[in-house]
Every structure is written in structure tokens, then in C-alpha cells.
Design a protein around this ligand. Sequence first.
Ligand code: XIL
Length: 329
Amino acid sequence: ADSLRALGDRVGLRIGTAVNMDELGSNADYTRITAEQFSSVTPENVMKWQLVEPTRGTYDWAAADRLVSFAKENKQLVRGHTLVWHSQLPTWLSSDGYTTTLSNDELKALLKKHIQDQVKHFKGDIWQWDVVNEAFDDDGKPRETVWYKAWGGLGYIADAFRWAHEADPKALLFYNDYNLEFTGPKSNAVYDFVKTLKAQRVPIDGVGFQGHLDTQYGFPDLQNNLQRFADLGLKVAETEVDVRTFTEAAPNVNTPTTPLASYAQESYWSRALKACLAVRECISFTPWGFGDTYSWIPGWFNNPQEGAALLYDADLKPKSQYYVIQQDL
Ligand code: XIL
């Protein structure tokens, strides 16, 4: 049967994956699947500030450069992830994203230099940049991160988009966040905010819907949300899709759980993909990795009952949700 990327090509949709650079190149199956199945790649970690500038003033682009070369060899596009975030900052800048010993003026100068240097380093090689990640809370209030505090408000976001656009005018610039899939205070606040950015002629091209879904919370009205953002004149993308499942008695986060849970997961994957297919401006569909062993879910949620969130199992064999997606494409 055809690969996901070949099927996606036929309908003009890029099928992406997050890539773990500890596996790419050293793990043969992992490397083969990345090349065979996906037409877009996102570095899961290696373009984050913590990894590119672990020591103040010294850049380390090696792992990210390796991904960009791999993408070129395999005719894949790259989603750059991510320039402005409160999480995974280098410790010299902030250990929690909300507090810092640096002054506001220093922070402003640092963010500008970070964006200019990083976007220039990858100039011409990045299809979509996640310029700003997760700036709002679930209640729709701006997160009061070090960036918010330094600017005394959300002004850092418009500056970030302008600096990124100057550094690589051809890259598509995205705001990226989770829970935008659901209609509610957060997606409403982000909707109003990006509408203002557009009205102010800030160079924003798209909104990324992370899509970290969980079968215990119900399937969101994703298509409507993709569509209303698209109707603002923006592209949209599903950027970090995974479908975790909660089961009382999951013995192992890396193996699917009960027949019922796995049926729900298939349905969520199918509906998430179909929502993108139904919206003309939805340009890419990116699962957050492809093997349950490498998924961030069990580690992050620190709960042995949450997991099995991806399309491939712990042996890198496609699961039923893979075949469902393949049918839908
Ligand atoms: C996660 C990675 O998958 C983990 O390896 C890392 O330890 C933490 O970050 N939203 C995002 C991603 O935008 O960058 C996060 O990735 C998952 C949530």
C-alpha cells in the first residue's frame, strides 16, 4: 500500500512528523520510516532555545542542521519549532519561563538577537516557523511569562513576527498552541488576538493547532475552529497530533490498552485528519512522532495509565490507527 506521504501528495496535504534526533541516523527502522512515510519534519526538541544556546553566546546548531540536511535529501519540508516560548529556555535565561534575574532591556535585546540569528541561520530551509508557542492559558488570559513581563504585555508577539519576517521573508510564520481545537475561552482569546495582529498588518501567515488529544475529553469541534481561523485570511495546520488514552488498568503505556480504547483512538485520528482535509487552508497534518516508545506522553503526564498515543507501536509496527489514516487519505 502507499505511504502516507504519497497519499498526502495526491490531495496536496503534507503529512509530517516530529523527529527525535537521538534516533534519526542511529536507529535504522526509525530513520527509514521517517523518510518513507512523511513529507515534512519538525524537530521535536533540537531547535528550542535550550538546545541551540545552552551556554550564553555559544550556538550549537549541529543536531538541527543534521535534520535540515536529512529533509533535503528526502525531499521533505521543515517546520521550524519554536522561536518564542516560556518552556525549554536555557537555564542561564530562566529556569521556569516566568522568573529571571535578567533585566527587561536585556530580555528584549536577547529575544531580538535570538530570532534574528536563528531565522537567518536556517534562511531558505524552513517552510513554516512556529514563531510563538503557547502564549495563552486555558482560561484565555495571556501567560505572564518572562516575555510578557519584559514587554509589559503581548507586544513581544508582534515584534517577534516582524523580526522573523525580516530575517526570512519567504518562511510562513505561525502562532502555535494547544486546545485551540476546542471552542472555549482559550481559542476565542487567540482568535481575537490573531485577528488584531492581521488588522495591524503584522506578518503572521498561520495558526498551528497542536492537537494533543485525549479520548477521555471528547472530540473537539476541530473543523469549525480550523475554519474560523482560516476565514481570517490565515493558513492553518495540525502541528503536534497525538491521541492518548486513559485506561484504569493499562499495564504498559507503550501497548494499546483495551479494544474500546483503541477503537476510540482510531476514531479520533480519523476525525482529526478529516477536519484538516475539509478545510482548504489546512496545509499540513503532523503527528508528534510515530512510535509509542519515543512519545513524550507517558513521561510528561507521569501517569502509567496514559499513553499509546501514536500511529506506530513500541516495535515500530503500524497500529490500526495508521491503517485508518491511510484509508482516509
Ligand atoms: C515536548 C517534547 O516532545 C519532549 O521531548 C520535551 O521533553 C518537552 O517538549 N507542545 C510543544 C512541544 O509545543 O514542543 C512539546 O514537545 C509538547 C507540547
